[in-house]
Design a protein around this ligand. Structure first.
Ligand code: SAM
Length: 294
């Protein structure tokens, strides 16, 4: 087996050899602890039939661990300066493809068709660039990208929001949007000390597994998420107040909003944070006919 990239000494050697300097604006915090990497990979359930999508390989610390176990790894890296580095560090692996592109600009379904045709097990494994954590997750979920799940490192605060239950401080529209598609659990908490440079915040690895079906049948998923977002605009306000402000013509259409609550037997004086996803589904279905042009 090759010498791990993710040790402090080897990482330093690689950075010096290639004269690489970190770009903070790209969320470049590289892992330098092989134990953490093994732990991340162990949560991904990889086999020699699995295709892996990685976002932000950096100098390849996680990539090589993925390449050792999976059938194929396709990694999106936005920073062109890392291409020669990766070519060097990942030269022992012939099952890695690097795509030099902003993952947010990528046509993921097309990439999957081109790179993973015939694969029926595809997972995302990544130490995400923290400045775009949420857009990246939502791109995979809303784009209906055919993945089994995601094992992803992010700021602990975002992991807490994603996994939060109703009636907790962290619960909000992000919890609802992700939990609508995925079962979500924190796999481990990761200290700042295993990165170079160290980030300002604590991290967590989240294990997201695609649900067999949605937790509630809705008329329109987009509308559900809009109602959820609108219900949390001011957390201390009631649903009625928040929806009057966030629905189009909400103030003028107070009666229609109240009727929708009445139809489903829900108290409009409740706060958004007390509603389960199923209840948000019911509420959005009841509001849909009058407000679908939201
Ligand atoms: N995987 C490496 C590791 O764990 O050591 C590096 C992780 S580092 C937190 C994030 C990586 O994502 C960096 O290499 C950065 O250049 C890359 N990156 C940042 N924004 C990106 C984007 N929009 N699309 C693709 N890669 C991006």
């Amino acid at each position: 087996m090759n010498r791990d990239i993710a040790t402090p000494i080897r990482t330093k050697e690689i950075l010096e050899k290639h004269g690489f300097s970190f770009k903070k604006s790209l969320g470049q915090n590289f892992l330098i602890d092989p134990n953490i990497l093994r732990n991340i990979v162990s949560h991904a359930g990889l086999t020699d039939k699995t295709g892996v999508i990685e976002i932000g390989p950096g100098i390849g610390a996680l990539t090589e661990h993925l390449a050792r176990t999976a059938k194929k790894v396709v990694a999106f890296e936005i920073d062109g300066r890392l291409l020669p580095v990766l070519e060097d560090t990942l030269s022992p692996y012939d099952n890695v493809t690097i795509i030099n592109q902003d993952v947010l600009e990528a046509d993921l379904n097309q990439v999957i068709e081109e790179q993973f045709s015939g694969f029926d097990d595809i997972v995302v494994v990544a130490n995400l660039p923290y400045y775009v954590t949420t857009p990246i997750i939502m791109k995979f979920l809303l784009g209906k990208v055919p993945i089994r799940g995601m094992v992803i490192m992010m700021q602990k605060e975002v992991a807490d929001r994603i996994t939060a239950s109703p009636s907790t401080k962290a619960y909000g529209s992000l919890s609802i949007a992700v939990q609508y598609y995925m079962d979500a659990e924190v796999a481990m908490i990761v200290p700042k000390t295993v990165f170079i440079p160290q980030p300002n915040v604590e991290s967590a690895v989240l294990n997201l597994t695609k649900k067999a079906g949605p937790p509630v049948e809705v008329k329109d998923e987009d509308f559900l998420f809009k109602v959820a977002r609108g219900s949390f605009v001011q957390r201390r306000k009631t649903l009625l107040n928040n929806l009057q402000s966030s629905l189009p013509d909400g103030k003028a259409k107070k009666e229609q909003i109240l009727e929708a609550f009445e139809r489903i037997g829900m108290d409009p004086g409740r706060r958004g944070e007390t509603l389960s996803i199923e209840e948000f589904g019911e509420l959005s279905n009841a509001l849909y006919a009058d407000f679908k042009n939201l």
